[in-house]
Write a protein of this length. Sequence first.
Length: 208
Amino acid sequence: EHQAAVHRLSLTIRPVAILVRTPEELAICDGLIIPGGESTTIALLARLSGLLDPLKEFVKIKPVWGTCAGAILLAQSVIGAKKGGQELLQAISISIARNGWGSQVESFEVPLSVEGMKDSETPFIGVFIRAPVVLELSSSPEDTPIQVLARLPAELLPPALSGLDDSDPKTIVALRQGRHLLTTFHPELTPDDRFHEYFVRHCVLSTI
Ligand SMILES: NC(=O)CC[C@H](N)C(=O)O
């Protein structure tokens, strides 16, 4: 779905999206999208295919966007990892909780207003499927500042988080830290390609 979305973009430079399964394929990329799925399994498969260490090096120099499980992999630390722990790429200085909104049946869709997005008056429909919850943003002055792009509106918080203050980090569902992008939901499951355009335009093309 991510690949199809990138190929639908009409930009002057037409990006080519390939599926990355080997270190050789990763080596030719200018940016990477880590999709949703199951973060422990993604990390395990990355290790088995010899991609884990190349990925750790990749995030140090190139832009990466993580959606849902991909967002967990990009975090500095995770709460609720499976027994045996969880490999992380630690590209973005946040801590995150797996399945923080509840189980599969608590999946939901919410219209989001997104900072800096094209046609920002049109809400972006966030599809949340066993999504992670951002717990904390790093406050270290050495870190590149984190820019919050979207929050769940207080009145639309799911029951697990109702009553939260608007400024609570748990309401953050999209953010950017330097060249990296993170969404706890799945933009690739909607026909709206604005997040893909944002990543390609502002995170990838601006760094090559
Ligand atoms: N939709 C998703 O990517 C779910 C993520 C999954 N809950 C995990 O912990 O990795």
